[in-house]
Ligand binder design. Sequence first.
Ligand code: PMP
Length: 367
Amino acid sequence: MSGIDDLPVRDELRGKSPYGAPQLDVPVRLNTNENPYPLPEPLVERIAERVRAAARDLNRYPDRDAVELRTRLARYLTDTSGHRVGLANVWAANGSNEVLQQLLQTFGGPGRTAIGFEPSYSMHALISRGTGTGWISGPRNDDFTIDLAAAEKAIAEHRPDVVFVTTPNNPTGNAVPGDTVLALYEAAQAAKPSMVVVDEAYVEFSHGDSLLPLIEGRPHLVVSRTMSKAFGAAGLRLGYLAAHPAVVDAVQLVRLPYHLSAVTQATALAALEHTDTLLKYVDQLKAERDRLVRELLALGYEVTASDANFVQFGRFADARTAWRQILDRGVLVRDNGVPGWLRVTAGTPEENDAFLDAVRDVKKEQS
Ligand code: PMP
């Protein structure tokens, strides 16, 4: 008995590795699309207050339906999208990864399939595998936009049960136009009908608007969001979705009872009280993201247009070597396995300067 291979694990998990970016101890870490700003002190105080109150009731299970939190999230979505959503439209879980897992447990599963247009967020494929859902890798154009004709063809041919659209897309950074999402939705309805999951983890950083209003009259469209990025709360683990109330009812068939702890709910509510302050950091990060794009272009790199808090840059004859050269200069970026390209998360101005110094150096070394 020595390792995983000796255990009777499911066939589709054999020989696979868990998801994970390297967590290396280097001075500048720009590899996981985190928000670089720690939570402001008044918010830390408010979290402590709310968690203290919650602690007094920890002998009891938390609010299973997270009613106060979902109501508050619905208000945030309504205020920022101009589209009215209420408690019945919103569901929350431990990170949007859990939201996606619940969606796949509900609408995917053994004998069913999901499609995504790659390169995209690799967890869509991994959570599909974990839930026994077959994965179909759909195409993209060379410039990383979705090839609509090819995507429609793939949907018609494979008739997937779940269609993932990531906008802004990770790791490429580009947003998907609303018209494209609508066309994919129509194709998915004609083929099956299937659920279309619009993963908007980075939408607060976008030049454009959320596609949330599209849920109106489209009961098979789900918009997935997170507090990990714009709210600077990756450690909190709070993701949520907005959809037709029937979708919210459906995911409750698979959610574990009391999945959102009282501590999580209290912390998220405190963070939402400070929405305005937290969203100011988003403006700063957008400006820094745009600066990274400008300076990378000026240095002679190619850049994919970004609507996110990160930038895909290249092209490298060998992205792995370039990743290592940048790391040797104390800056950790991400090699997502897209041939010729790397991804850098927008950090503080100082971190971004350190990154730009490193890539300037690497460029010199390579030329
Ligand atoms: N969707 C996308 C596109 C992401 O990039 C990420 C995080 N890397 C997530 C979802 C998951 O985020 P979380 O579980 O922290 O909400």
